[in-house]
Design a protein around this ligand. Structure first.
Ligand code: URA
Length: 457
């Protein structure tokens, strides 16, 4: 077949179904057809299932990422006159590092154009959390986004309707056709949006453990290496950190309560239950500052970020960003007073022992069922609902001691999260083995080496 011969979607479905690979022109045909609706949804769905079952090669993943990136409008941070760096997490429970790393990196001289998502499955969404601040607008135009970035150095917004339209269509189809959990499709979906934001560098927080989309360390490692190699091949300096999602991150999971916990840390406070959140945020932002050219090493980047925490400059960036996006910063005068859940229940430990294991995906669903998440796309979320975790993995608790506090929209919504929580938290007589917060780091070189070893298996 010559390069200019017409393409037909039925041939591309058959080709993938039979285990063959598509070339870049064929992949671009698919991405364009998804974006402009010229390919019917049933044929896109059939192709997605073939790709899910057969897998995508590295070349196909790279081609799909670029074709999706190019399917719509793009943002160019060039006019900001700063290196543009973002952080992206593959999704977790209580994961609020964005509220810390964005202002910290901006306070250290890096521009952070962060285009974020909503709650997905059992995981929380950065936009839903930010919208718990009265007035905060996440749906900015690209020119408003640029104005906030110029003024504050960081801006956290939602995807515009015209940015990466191919992902909008393919992602919704994957959600409905059971084709989400495929590394090539996840990689292309996440990176197409990040690359369309014109980033110079990117730090990926790839979750592993009981609360991650890909729970097994080897699956998370493959996804991490694939994303680093793909983003680097597209010209964006990228590292990926494999981080523990074997328990919720920090003390709170919900919407407003996560923003409040982040602001507590930005104010320099150090509650012991939030220490993992603080530590991970400082490691991630150390890499952002390093890749953004503001520190010679990631460790030196972390030191700079610690100084920006201590002198209040990161807090000032955060509050300036909230105000610039229409948010009422007065709620931060007394965050606890602003928290007004419809119903509260303390769940006590039902036995004594060490907290040994948590099914964090189940805990994420428990958070969602308090009213903090949505059952169907488009539903509103309760800004005040969520769960406060009083004991972390490895803690010794006595029977009757508070284990968690549930904050729900109404008393009727307390029973189900409590049941889930009681099944999700396990006790043992001895402490569990310690799990490192960051288990592995992939740079371009280590990612490429890793992919070679996997390919030759
Ligand atoms: N987040 C995305 O944007 N896409 C995926 O496929 C998974 C998580």
């Amino acid at each position: 077949m010559s390069d200019s011969s017409p393409l037909h979607i039925i041939d591309l479905i058959r080709k993938k179904r039979d285990g063959n690979s598509l070339d870049a022109r064929e992949i671009a045909f698919l991405a364009t057809g998804a974006a402009n609706s010229s390919i019917p949804l049933e044929q896109l769905s059939a192709w997605l299932m073939a790709a899910f079952l057969r897998g995508l090669t590295l070349d196909e993943t790279h081609a799909l990422t670029l074709a999706m990136r190019d399917s719509g409008e793009k943002f160019s941070p060039a006019r900001l006159g700063k290196v543009a760096v973002d952080k992206h997490s593959t999704g977790g429970v209580g994961d609020k590092t964005s509220f810390l790393v964005a202002p910290l990196a901006a306070a250290c001289g890096v521009a952070v154009p962060m285009i974020s998502g909503r709650a997905l499955g059992h995981t929380g969404g950065t936009l839903d959390k930010l919208e718990s601040i009265p007035g905060y607008r996440t749906a900015l135009t690209l020119s408003e986004f640029e104005t906030v970035l110029e003024k504050c150095g960081a801006s956290i917004v939602s995807q515009t309707p015209t940015l990466v339209p191919a992902d909008r269509v393919l992602y919704a189809l994957r959600d409905r056709t059971g084709t989400v959990e495929n590394p090539g499709l996840i990689c292309a979906s996440i990176l197409s949006k990040k690359l369309a934001a014109g980033l110079d560098a990117l730090v990926l927080d790839v979750k592993t453990g009981s609360g991650a989309f890909l729970r097994k360390p080897e699956d998370s490692a493959y996804l991490a290496a694939l994303m680093v190699a793909t983003a680097e091949a597209a010209g964006t300096r990228t590292v990926a950190l494999l981080t523990d999602m074997g328990q919720p991150l920090g003390r709170w999971a919900g919407n407003w309560i996560e923003v409040a916990e982040s602001v507590e840390l930005l104010r320099g406070q150090r509650p012991p239950q939030s220490e993992d959140l603080r530590e991970l945020s400082l490691i991630l932002v150390g890499w952002m500052i390093h890749l953004g050219g503001q520190a010679l090493t990631p460790e030196a980047g972390t030191k700079r970020a610690e100084a920006a925490l201590a002198d209040g400059s990161a807090l000032r960036v955060f509050l300036a960003m909230v105000a610039a996006q229409g948010g009422d910063t007065k709620v931060f005068d007394n965050p606890a007073a602003f928290h007004k859940p419809g119903a509260t229940r303390v769940v006590e430990a039902w036995q004594s022992g060490f907290v040994s294991e948590m099914d964090t995906t189940a805990l994420g669903w428990a958070v969602q069922r308090t009213g903090a998440g949505r059952e169907k796309a488009g539903e509103p979320v309760d800004p005040h609902a969520g769960i406060e975790f009083h004991a972390r993995r490895g803690a010794r608790v006595e029977k009757g001691q508070p284990l968690a506090t549930l904050y729900a929209t109404s008393p009727a919504l307390l029973a189900e999260p409590e049941q889930i929580l009681r099944r999700a938290i396990h006790f043992a007589e001895t402490p569990p083995p310690a799990v490192p917060l960051v288990s592995r780091i992939f740079t371009r070189k280590t990612a490429e080496d890793y992919l070679k070893t996997v390919d030759s298996d």
